[in-house]
Design a protein around this ligand. Structure first.
Ligand code: 8YV
Length: 331
């Protein structure tokens, strides 16, 4: 990478991040904050030394095959790299980096907000005061939700975000269970009071709330398949702040419609930005709480994600290995 590399950024980033990038690199910005078309992405790959994409850019093998030899680094503005074919990039000698850690707390906050909002019917209650209808006043039997404390939380993917969810949930009196392919160390389990379930099927059958916190990879595509979702208790809820395609969304919708899963809190969707109209209907019926992919949407996270991108580019320009390298074996 040259000392002052040519960096193409595909989306509008926070002002101070863009300003710092301009100071350090030869930057080409996307001023209109709409995702690049495929043609624009191809043009960027043909000219950039560093591409800074986001979750809304699909950098697949086909696009990478048209990349110029000058392209050395794809510094993703985001933690999940499911938008990038990491193996294809690697095969062409292109390094891929992401922005871990800095958004874990905010993402866990959103997961916790959904864990609280769905059983306690928060948006449904709020809509009584913001919609057309009138509030008839307090009643002993009206708008009853489900207690949070004392319930069992099952975390799928006890990584950085999952651990931050576990800490919050423990403070709310939930018991902490998790499923990872590999068991965490005894020290971590003790610190979190977390119980490992080797069998995801078993965990799903025994939990009151499931939180999805694993990355989207070929191995986790529809990890929560129709068959697995059917194992859940009819009183159970599911919260997803990871990636939509980890859950078979169609099956989830059907099971909630049929009363075989109690509800869901979703920040991510299988076909973003399209949200299935049946999910919107379930939200109006108070069964699900939907938020439009905003778990890391705090000023602090977005600035720190930008700082991570900058550090990774600088390390590479200095001839060092970038701190947040993503290897094909990691996805
Ligand atoms: C971002 C995210 O909003 O980092 C991730 O994986 O899902 C979010 O924090 C988005 O990915 C930015 O590209």
């Amino acid at each position: 990478l040259s000392r002052n590399p040519k960096v193409v950024i595909t989306r509008k980033l926070p002002d101070q991040v863009e300003a710092r990038m301009r100071e350090l690199f030869e930057v080409s910005l996307n001023e209109d904050d709409r995702p690049f078309s495929r043609e624009q992405l191809a043009a960027a790959l043909a000219s950039a030394e560093v591409l800074v994409p986001t979750v809304t850019d699909r950098i697949d093998e086909d696009l990478l095959s048209g990349a110029g030899a000058q392209l050395r680094l794809i510094a993703n503005f985001g933690n999940g790299v499911d938008n990038i074919d990491v193996a294809a990039a690697h095969a062409r000698g292109i390094t891929v980096t992401n922005t871990p850690d800095v958004l874990s707390q905010d993402t866990a906050d959103m997961a916790m907000a959904l864990i609280l909002a769905v059983p306690r019917r928060l948006t449904e209650g709020a809509s009584v005061l913001t919609g057309e209808g009138d509030w008839q006043g307090w009643s002993p039997t009206w708008m009853l939700g489900r207690r949070i404390s004392g319930k069992r939380l099952g975390i799928i993917g006890l990584g950085r975000v999952g651990m931050a969810v576990a800490k919050r949930a423990a403070a709310f009196g939930l018991s902490i269970n998790y499923h990872n392919r590999h068991r965490m160390s005894e020290a971590i389990e003790r610190e979190l009071g977390a119980i490992w379930w080797e069998s995801l099927d078993q965990m799903l059958a025994h939990m009151d709330i499931i939180s999805v916190n694993c990355p989207s990879t070929p191995a986790t595509f529809h990890l929560l398949s129709a068959r697995r979702l059917e194992l859940m208790q009819p009183t159970a809820y599911i919260v997803n702040t990871a990636r939509g395609d980890v859950v078979d969304e169609e099956a989830l919708i059907r099971l909630i419609e049929d009363g075989r899963i109690a509800g869901a809190g979703l920040d991510v969707f299988e076909h973003e930005p399209t949200v299935n109209p049946r999910l919107r209907a379930l939200a109006r019926a108070g069964k699900v709480v939907l938020s439009p992919h905003m778990s890391s949407a705090t000023i602090e996270s977005r600035i720190e994600m930008g700082e991570k991108v900058i550090i990774n580019i600088r390390m590479m320009a200095d001839g060092d290995r970038p701190a947040d390298r993503v290897l094909p074996s990691m996805v």
